[in-house]
Every structure is written in C-alpha cells, then in structure tokens.
Design a protein. Structure first.
Length: 574
C-alpha cells in the first residue's frame, strides 16, 4: 500500500469500504482505478500465499479478483464502484456457500450481423452494416465502447478541448455506430460458440442466444506475458493496464514508475504519464530505434504516416525534456518487494537475448509497466474451426482470411488484432472492408458514401500494413525469456506453478502442451492458459525439434471466460 487518501478530494464524491477502510472514488470508477488511486495494489491471495493485484486491466488474467458485498470473483478492473459497497481481498480459496444464484431471463436474437468486440474494427464494421440497412447487434464485455485503443474517459467534467486526437477519433467512431442504429449490448460476454449461427452470451442481468446470418469476430488482443522473477507482484502490470488507468480514469499507476518493453506504446505511455504529472524513474526499450542503420527505415515510416511519426517524436522529446533516463537494448530482468513491488533490476540485453552481467542498475519504484507485444484473442474463431497458422516471427496464431476479413468458414469474419496483430488503423480499415463485403453479400444496394469509403479504406489498409512492417524493423529486439527466468519463476499465474515444476515433467512421453497441461495443470487455471501456453508450446517444440502449428497449444473450450455454472446449467436446460 503506497498511501492513504486522508483529505476528501472534491471530485471524489462516492466511497466504499475496503478491508474496513473507507476509500473515496469518483462516479464511474472501477475498483481497480479507485484502489490504485488510494495506493492499494494487493487485491487477492494466490495459491502459494503471496499477494496478487491488477495485471492485464482488461478482464483476462483474473488476478484482480475481489469480494464485493459478499460475492467473490468480481474483477476489480471490470466492476464499477457503487456508493457504500463493502469490499475485501479475495482469499486463495473463497467461500461460495453464501452466494445465491438468481435465474436470469433469456432472449433469442437473430440479427443480420453479430459483431463481437467494440474496438476500432468492430465499431467500423457495425457502423457500415447498419448504415446500409442491416440489423446489427454489437456486443462487448466492457461497460463502455471503444476497446483498448479507443478507450474513453469516464470523467464527465472533461471537455472536448482536453482530449487528444486518439480520444476524439474514437469518440467519432462510437457516435457513428450509435447513430447508425446498431443495437449495443455492453457488459456481456460470449461464453460459448457452438456454430456460426449459435452463440451464447451473458451479463450480470441477462442471457442471450445469438443466431446471426453473418458473424464478425473483433475481440482484439491481450498483452504477452513477461515471465521474469517478480512479475506476479502487486504493482507490476501491463502497459495497457497502466494506460487504461490513466486515459479512462485519470489515475497514475504509482508515485514512482518504471516502464519496460518493446515498441512505441511504451514510449507513448511514459510521455503521457509525464504530461499527467507522473514521476517516471526510467524507460527500458528492448530495441534500438535510433541507431544509424534504422534512419532509412524511419524515413519510410514518415512517408507512410507522417502524423504517427511526428507524434512518436513528440513523445520522445517529452521524455528528454523531463530528463527521464532511457535505456535502449535493455529490459527489467527482475522485480522484488514484499508484499508489493519496491525494486526493479535493469540490464542490457545482448544480441542472443540474454542479460549482460555488467552495468546492472537498480531502481526503487512502486509501479512497473511491462509491454512486450500482443497475443490475438482467437478462442472464438478457433472454437468454430476457422483455419489458423502459427507465425514464427510473432510467435502467435494468425487466422486465414481474405482481403475483406472472411475466414475459411463462409459468413464468419475476423477483423482487427484477433486475427493477427497489425494495429488500430489497420483494424479500423479492415472493419470497413468487412462491412462492405457483408453488405454486398446480403444483396443490399451499396450506398455511394460507402463506395467512396471502401476505396479510402483499402488504401489506408495497405499503407498502414507497410507502416507496421517498417515500424517493427526499427524496434526489432531479441529477448530470451528462458535465460531471464530461473526454476522458481512463476509461469502459470493462476495455479502458481513454477518453471521448474512445469519443465520437470517434460519427458519422452510428455511432448505436447496438452500433455503437460494434463499432468502439471498448467493452463487449467481461470485464465485458461492465456499466459502460460506460450511457454509450454515453446518447450514442447524445443524438445521435439519441431515447428509449432495451430494445434500445438491448448484447445479452446467454453466457457471462454469465467461464467457462473448456474448460467451454463440454465442455458443447457432451456
């Protein structure tokens, strides 16, 4: 715990009780934003007795689970504060005896188009289809539209002139989707996909059976795990979680912050923290974007998108003016502290991806943001049988799709980062292209405005794909996580399984990720292997000297996200 709020801030107009302490909050706060503002990081007890806290910030890792008004399993990052709530840390083995299940009403919806995910790609697809006269349902598990990239501020006091271009672009796209007549379901999660025209979803108040004619999967991505000693400590979170705290709730992730990762998002995050009055102790970037041989590639970036390059340079100069130490070809290799983060160790990373023994630096901080790229959220597409391939360079599964996002299954489209990581502008463009293809296949008259828009979208799609390809040449960096972790390093966060416990089971009989899962239980936790699967896949491939495929990982199984058994049983019965 960093500090307690002792004076009432005029903007903090509601309050709740957390472990017998009054915590003040703003209307619209999640428990994660309110508790972080109060300096409280440790929210849950893990199976090994250690404390855990906010990590992904988007409902994937489930490490911020808390008990709200007697109900365990509420995610602090996804649950809004209500005045007078009584909240406590969740024990490792929470009691559910006192939790009563209330049967929820169920509706069946048969739209022309179901769009899952309200980020750049999903919003664009939904708007295009609805404007052409199709009945569109847009579903998202968050309370607000925009996804991770276009996340909007909850503070109603913020004026339009206080918002940057990213906020405003997202606000315009959200408004377009709403005015087009899209039916929006927020706070709802797809927990099962049994066929392209048979999906089931639930919120805290309702259940749905969804039978669309066309299905658009725009579920985005989540950040890769970075399994170094101490990565599970409260106060260590992804860059995306840190950005959500700042951009949506105007909350700094700590009073003394370090950022480590690979790519421009980390530089942007550091600059935004400085501009918000935060204290950034340092930034460790794995790549070397400003080395001489990257100059030509950087000029290419400026050709493809001068605005993005100028924004990037602006972030960099913000750090220089604030005298934030920047370490290239470097990374945080260890985090430590009890019960929360208090110290990080930074080292240079050599060409083979291991840490150098010389020049190690220590920083006393209370928050660490880690950003090392993204993993597609592809469980729905994989569950339906859409064909995927393993991409060696990104170490991720990428869906087979045509130039309009249609997959190997007719009528099923995957748009945005859920099919392969390409960034928000590519996602938005392919969303428009998918919408055009769906409108055309439905036999609708193509509006003249859409005819013009599709040409622009196709140009931007190609241009931004080239931009992304050049960008990652500039930020290229090598990292060998196996060299940075030891046998005691936690790999499976959910079950507190160490590297030694998982690796020790690899034998001639256990040569697949699935076999390791059955023996070690890695991947059976509440996040369903989203953070430990990359380790088991890599270890199995290393042992068998083979290349991973779409069948190398854990098979997706419903429920895709934690869902009360009562909802599943009720759906089965009906």
């Amino acid at each position: 715990m960093r500090a307690k709020t002792t004076m009432r801030d005029s903007a903090l107009d509601i309050s709740f009780i957390f472990d017998e302490n009054f915590i003040q909050a703003k209307e619209g706060d999640t428990f994660a934003s309110a508790l972080t503002r109060a300096g409280i990081y440790d929210l849950k007890e893990s199976l090994d007795g250690s404390r855990r806290g906010l990590y992904c910030g988007m409902g994937v890792c489930n490490e911020c689970a808390i008990v709200v008004n007697g109900t365990p399993g509420k995610l602090a990052c996804m649950t809004s504060v209500c005045n007078g709530d009584e909240v406590s840390r969740q024990p490792a083995y929470p009691s559910i005896d006192s939790v009563d299940y209330v049967a929820l009403p169920e509706s069946e919806i048969s739209p022309d188009v179901l769009v899952i995910g309200a980020g750049p790609a999903g919003l664009a697809t939904a708007a295009v289809c609805a404007e052409a006269g199709l009945l569109v349902v847009l579903l998202d598990e968050r309370a607000k539209l925009g996804g991770q990239y276009f996340k909007q501020p909850v503070d109603p006091l913020l004026r339009e002139d206080q918002l940057d271009s990213q906020f405003l672009e997202g606000r315009a796209l959200i408004q377009r989707a709403r005015t087009s007549g899209v039916e929006v379901l927020t706070g709802a999660s797809i927990w099962g996909a049994f066929a392209p025209n048979h999906l089931v979803a639930a919120s805290t108040t309702h259940r749905w059976v969804l039978k669309p004619k066309s299905l658009v999967i725009a579920t985005g991505a989540y950040e890769k795990s970075f399994q170094i000693p101490g990565w599970t400590l409260p106060g260590v979170m992804t860059t995306g979680a840190a950005q959500t705290l700042l951009r949506s709730y105007q909350v700094l992730l700590g009073s003394k912050i370090f950022i480590s990762g690979n790519g421009p998002l980390n530089i942007q995050m550091a600059a935004e923290l400085i501009r918000a009055g935060g204290s950034v102790a340092g930034l460790a970037e794995l790549g070397r974007p400003f080395k001489i041989k990257n100059i030509f590639t950087s000029l290419t970036l400026a050709w493809y998108s001068p605005k993005l390059v100028l924004n990037g340079l602006g972030y960099f100069f913000t750090l220089l003016r604030a005298k934030v130490p920047i370490y290239f070809s470097s990374a945080v290799i260890e985090a430590s502290g009890t019960p929360s983060l208090s110290l990080v160790k930074v080292a240079s990373i050599t060409s083979d991806g291991s840490a150098s023994n010389s020049g190690v630096k220590l920083f006393r901080v209370d928050a660490l943001a880690l950003g090392y790229g993204f993993m597609p959220s592809n469980e729905i597409a994989r569950s339906l049988g859409c064909k995927h391939a393993f991409d060696i360079q990104s170490q991720t599964l990428q869906v087979f799709r045509d130039n309009f996002g249609e997959t190997s299954i007719k009528g099923v489209y995957v748009v945005g980062d859920s099919g392969g990581i390409s960034g928000a502008q590519v996602a938005k463009a392919i969303g428009i292209m998918a919408g055009y293809a769906i409108v055309k296949s439905a036999g609708k008259v193509i509006p003249s405005a859409l005819k013009r828009e599709i040409k622009t979208a196709q140009r931007r799609y190609k241009r931004n794909l080239k931009f992304q390809k050049s960008l990652w040449k500039v930020f290229r960096g090598s990292l060998n996580l196996d060299q940075l972790s030891d046998s005691t390093t936690i790999i499976c966060r959910c079950l507190s399984l160490s590297k030694g416990e998982i690796s020790g089971e690899i034998s001639e009989e256990l040569l697949t990720a699935g076999a390791l899962k059955r023996v070690t239980r890695a991947g059976m936790g509440i996040c369903q292997g989203r953070y430990c699967s990359s380790f088991t896949i890599a270890k199995a491939a290393e042992k068998t000297q083979s290349t991973p495929s779409e069948y190398s990982g854990f098979a997706p199984q419903p429920p895709f996200k934690p869902t009360p058994i009562g909802i599943i049983a009720q759906s089965t019965a009906s």
